[in-house]
Design a protein around this ligand. Structure first.
Ligand SMILES: Cc1cc2nc3c(=O)[nH]c(=O)nc-3n(C[C@H](O)[C@H](O)[C@H](O)COP(=O)(O)OP(=O)(O)OC[C@H]3O[C@@H](n4cnc5c(N)ncnc54)[C@H](O)[C@@H]3O)c2cc1C
Length: 324
């Protein structure tokens, strides 16, 4: 690893600064975890593409992050090069172009200012466009996938444009979330955002924002910790779901957790909030272990009561071992 870093420092001499032993708590919204062995912040798309190609072909251990709002870094840290993607250009027009390091909120706002619709659902979702693509971020029955016409990537050292289905999007999932995922860096996207009446765009966005504020706890978190469960048959059996949930086969993870009495449960300095059972929050000073232990308790309680194994929406990064 060290020799690879020395090579990168020489090869990208005036283009990047690689720092060492950087606390991940500063780069993740859960504000927990150990240190990144190496960390570099990249703001130019040509440099990001070139760096991604080099680390992929040299087989350097790396992880790309946007704003760290969907990850939990291990207390042991990350023995790899963390690449923070800050490439943030946005051009809204007939066709929209955006670099993946842009804040989703900037994109939502700029699209609305140009009377373009399709992103209102994303109002209030923190993080970058890149992170949104990886988990096919969504809310209110819409998701980021539906806005895309093409995605620019670097895979196995090659920079190219691909169709969105290349990334195999599903509910809160893409090819980048699979076990042993391919080495893909997401660079930029083209989107099709159609024109609409500005008042209607703002009204929709404001309504989504209002609903979000009502249910979102104020503490440090990574949003919903677990994915909702989609199973039409199972949804008929679970008491207390609405007719709409039954019809669509949606079983909210928060509903299952609340039914198990998990609201208010605390492990160390991590807590399942009273406001939203699917939010695991850092009350200040929580370790990654506290947070993961709480997630494990929640999974076990839900499984024991409903026979459902919840799947994390939040991704564990860094060096975890089985004991953790
Ligand atoms: C308060 C709160 C509310 C939230 N509400 C929602 C919601 O309503 N809906 C929803 O879907 N999510 C929600 N989230 C989760 C999160 O905000 C989204 O998943 C967001 O899109 C993640 O973006 P990020 O830049 O923070 O990604 P990160 O956490 O930095 O990264 C997430 C994953 O993507 C990978 N990645 C990031 N960028 C790239 C890239 N350029 N190339 C390759 N891989 C990359 C990382 O390696 C990591 O595996 C919420 C989070 C919080 C804290």
């Amino acid at each position: 690893m060290e020799s690879a870093i020395t090579f990168l420092r020489e090869h990208f001499a005036n283009e990047i600064t690689i720092r060492e032993n950087v606390p991940m708590s500063h780069y993740t919204t859960l504000q927990a975890g150990g240190h990144a062995r190496y960390l570099v912040d990249v703001g130019r798309i040509d440099v990001f593409a070139k760096l991604a190609a080099v680390v992929q072909t040299m087989d350097v251990r790396y992880i790309i992050l946007g704003s760290g709002s969907n990850v939990l870094a291990s207390d042991k840290g990350i023995e790899a090069l963390v690449i923070i993607n800050s490439c943030a250009r946005i051009d809204i027009g007939e066709e929209t172009y955006a670099e993946t390091g842009c804040w989703l909120q900037d994109l939502v706002l700029k699209a609305a200012q140009k009377n373009r619709t399709g992103l209102e659902f994303a109002v209030g979702i923190p993080g970058t466009l890149g992170g949104a693509l990886v988990s096919n971020a969504g809310a209110y029955r819409s998701n980021i996938e539906s806005t895309l016409t093409a995605v620019e990537i670097v895979r196995d050292g090659e920079r190219k444009w691909v169709k969105p289905d290349y990334l195999e999007f599903k509910y809160r999932d893409s090819i980048l979330r699979r076990q042993d995922p391919p080495k893909i860096a997401l660079l930029s996207v083209r989107m099709n955002l159609s024109e609409d009446d500005p008042k209607q765009i703002y009204d929709r966005a404001r309504e989504f924002q209002r609903q979000r504020i009502m249910k979102q706890p104020p503490h440090a978190s990574a949003g919903s910790f677990f994915k909702n469960v989609y199973d039409v048959e199972l949804a008929q059996e679970i008491e207390g779901l609405t007719d709409g949930m039954r019809a669509n086969g949606v079983i909210p993870a928060g509903y299952l957790m609340e039914a198990c009495g998990l609201k208010g449960h605390i492990e160390g300095r991590a807590c399942i909030t009273a406001k939203h059972a699917n939010y695991i929050c850092n009350l200040g000073g929580a370790t990654a272990q506290d947070i993961k232990r709480l997630a494990t308790v929640a999974k076990k309680r839900v499984f024991d009561r409903f026979g459902i194994m919840l799947e994390e929406e939040v991704m564990y990064i860094g060096d975890w071992d089985d004991a953790e």
